[in-house]
Design a protein around this ligand. Structure first.
Ligand SMILES: C[S@@+](CC[C@H](N)C(=O)[O-])C[C@H]1O[C@@H](n2cnc3c(N)ncnc32)[C@H](O)[C@@H]1O
Length: 255
């Protein structure tokens, strides 16, 4: 049975959350088998590190990797920071993340993932823990980043900002929406049926959308959204190569 067969789909938050959990719980073991995903994850890790490298301190910096998946972004950041907490709503992803940590002999106090649905109605779900950076990375094109999967990005941005220390930074990577390429995502949707039910924002975001959401939290300042990197992908259906752009959004929590 596919994830989309389980319950009737309607595009509200709980429904996307439900289908994402089903999909990513079943995909966790395959997440790192596609070289293309690994290449995009590597570029994301590099983009985040380039952005914040001068602010990272291996003795002090505490990071939350939201929607951490199997930990590709966390692994890239690990050498530069004191600790990373991965948060993901799919238990199987969290299990893969923690298995890798265990296999590498990394102590849980340095890196660990937990399975959690962050919700505004629940208030503080991390016992007062706050972070210098909250990063939201990406690894696969057909369903892009975690932001893509979440229908209420205003709410998740407020929630993530609430876990930042004063002056801490929220960094989000996602796909830049390009009107000329929006229909190309239909290709991914046709090829990967789950996309209809797991991706709330198909085709990505316009930069001003994300900027507005960050600013509307009223706690984030110095907000900037720019192109992080691009890559070309050949789409068999069109027998043509297209350039996809990834955005990096940053905002600093007010003192
Ligand atoms: C495409 S994967 C990206 C994983 C990771 N950031 C990376 O770059 O390798 C998307 C991840 O988002 C998680 N996810 C989707 N919706 C979520 C939510 N509402 N809260 C937490 N995690 C979520 C999924 O379980 C999945 O692990």
């Amino acid at each position: 049975m596919s994830s989309s067969d389980q319950i009737p789909f309607s595009s509200n938050d709980d429904n996307f959350a439900y289908h994402n959990k089903l999909h990513f719980n079943s995909e966790a073991k395959n997440m790192e088998s596609d070289p293309f995903n690994l290449m995009v994850a590597k570029k994301c890790g590099e983009a985040i590190i380039n952005e914040i490298k001068s602010e990272l301190d291996p003795d002090k910096t505490e990071v939350m990797d939201f929607a951490c998946g199997t930990g590709l972004i966390s692994q890239a950041l690990c050498p530069y920071v004191k600790s990373i907490m991965g948060v993901d709503s799919a238990q199987a992803m969290v299990d893969e993340f923690n298995k890798k940590i265990w296999q590498q002999g990394i102590d849980e106090s340095e890196m660990k993932a937990i399975c959690l649905d962050l919700k505004e109605s629940e208030g503080d779900q991390l016992d007062g823990r706050k972070f210098d950076f909250v990063v939201v990375g990406i690894s696969i094109l057909q369903c892009a980043s975690a932001y893509h999967h979440i229908s209420d990005i205003a709410a998740i941005t407020r929630i993530l900002a609430s876990y930042l220390k004063p002056s801490g930074k929220l960094i989000v990577l996602d796909i830049t929406k390009d009107p000329e390429l929006v229909d190309k995502f239909k290709y991914f949707q046709d090829k990967h049926k789950h996309v209809e039910h797991t991706v709330a924002h198909k085709g990505g975001f316009y930069h001003n959308e994300i900027e507005e959401v960050f600013l509307n939290t009223r706690v984030l300042e110095d907000v900037k959204v720019e192109i992080a990197f691009t890559f070309n992908k050949f789409l068999e259906k069109d027998q043509k190569e297209y350039t996809f752009k990834y955005l990096i959004a940053k905002g600093r929590k007010k003192e």
